[in-house]
Design a protein around this ligand. Structure first.
Ligand code: ZN
Length: 132
């Protein structure tokens, strides 16, 4: 199977969740040795990004900085009350693309793939498609 989805559960309002193991598992199950893995987040208050995974403080600092950059107390008009989450989703984007070599993800030494929760806690899904 070269496409599918998996779920991601967050436990905080804002959280960067390492999904590298799930993505690696889907690639390992596929028959693709060399190709591309596309990841897609179908949610309007979440995102995807690739960043450092060695020091967990990097994730904490990213969230800290985002809270400073995107104010929660602007006169937003969206009646649902989660406009900062929508803004963050657009800043991070809905997709990532990663190379596959020898049936494994090609990432930099310190890189991990993160699902970015901006309106949690809740359970989300990530869509993936692998092609050669
Ligand atoms: Zn909304």
């Amino acid at each position: 199977m070269n496409s599918g989805q998996f779920s991601v559960s967050s436990s905080n309002y804002m959280e960067l969740i390492d999904i590298t193991p799930q993505v690696g598992k889907e690639i390992a199950k596929s028959s693709i040795q060399n190709g591309i893995c596309h990841l897609y987040n179908p949610h309007t208050t979440a995102g995807l990004t690739i960043n450092e995974g060695a020091d967990p403080a990097v994730r904490t600092d990213i969230i800290k900085a985002l809270k400073e950059i995107i104010p929660f107390d602007l006169a937003y008009q969206h009646m649902e009350g989660n406009s900062p989450s929508h803004v963050l989703s657009s800043l991070f984007g809905c997709s990532e693309m990663v190379f596959i070599e020898n049936n494994r993800l090609v990432l930099g030494t310190w890189q991990k793939i993160y699902f970015c929760e901006f309106d949690g806690p809740r359970t989300r899904k990530v869509l993936w498609r692998i092609s050669s």
